[in-house]
Write a protein that binds this ligand. Structure first.
Ligand SMILES: C[S@@+](CC[C@H](N)C(=O)[O-])C[C@H]1O[C@@H](n2cnc3c(N)ncnc32)[C@H](O)[C@@H]1O
Length: 262
């Protein structure tokens, strides 16, 4: 069976599934970046604006620009603006629609493993950031089992189905991120792991949000009813359940930051 494609064509479904994870992990990422207020920021692969919105609320930038190729994600993002200094643009990480030296900070939250040439994506971030400014990213450590939907992926592997995931998952490895940042000429490079948990009332809620209403749905649709049951029950068996029926799956990401030479 072929690999399911991760699609970004429904901003509301993204919000329920990954937007919440983005905020939980993004909080830790922003604590680590410790950005002062009043900066000009660009958030690349902003998607439905989950992280851009958090950046605006937490760091009070003077201006935040989000860039993403997906019209559906951008439509949802534009609904978040509400008079705040945020602008969303359709565009690609490989050719940012901005001149050089425009921003104090460039971020990529859960994006670098979707960019076909991650090195070009990092050099584009460095190009649009002013000398002395910050280039930062974090991404689930997919090859290391850090993707929050790893129990679903593991069950897929068990059933001979290639798990869904980002196309350039190696770019989320810590050693690859460090090389990307150093090869782009960034300085004072630092990296860390981010581990977070998300609470679901019960397994059914987890399954509805992360399988039925997400990128797994087309895979489920191709399975027989018996295979669908096996997928669901096999995933359930991989997640520990609290005494009240709630579950708290975790995700682990690698984060990196570095400065454009002054
Ligand atoms: C997992 S989402 C992350 C969205 C958002 N940053 C967040 O934290 O919720 C990945 C995003 O990367 C975008 N993306 C994929 N390929 C891209 C590219 N070449 N350049 C910029 N963004 C891209 C997708 O459209 C999607 O919105």
């Amino acid at each position: 069976m072929s690999e399911p494609i991760v699609r970004f064509d429904d901003g509301a479904a993204y919000e329920r599934m990954m937007g919440t994870w983005s905020r939980i992990a993004g909080d830790v990422f922003l604590d680590w970046l410790a950005l002062p207020p009043g900066l000009r920021c660009i958030d690349i692969g902003c998607g439905n604006g989950a992280f851009t919105d958090l950046l605006m609320a937490r760091c009070a930038p003077v201006q935040a620009h989000g860039v993403d190729p997906s019209p559906a994600q951008l439509e949802f993002a534009r609904g978040r603006v509400a008079g705040r200094p945020m602008q969303f643009h359709q565009g690609d990480a490989l050719g940012l629609p901005f001149p050089d030296d425009q921003f104090d900070v460039a971020t990529m939250a859960l994006v670098i493993f979707f960019v076909p040439q991650p090195d070009k994506g990092v050099s584009e971030m460095a190009r649009v950031v002013k000398p002395g400014g910050l280039v930062a990213s974090y991404a689930w450590d997919v090859p290391g089992g850090g993707f929050p939907m790893e129990p679903i992926r593991a069950q897929m592997r068990d059933m001979g189905i290639k798990p869904m995931g980002p196309p350039v998952e190696d770019a989320s490895r810590m050693e690859v991120l460090l090389k990307l940042w150093r090869d782009a000429g960034l300085q004072n490079v630092e990296a860390r792991e981010i581990t977070v948990q998300r609470a679901f009332a019960n397994f059914e809620e987890f399954w509805d949000i992360n399988a039925v209403g997400a990128s797994v749905a087309p895979v489920l649709a191709r399975l027989s009813p018996a295979e669908r049951d096996r997928m669901k029950e096999g995933t359930r068996a991989r997640i520990s359940v609290g005494p009240d029926g709630s579950i708290r799956p975790s995700g682990r990401a690698n984060a990196i930051k570095g400065r454009v030479p002054a």
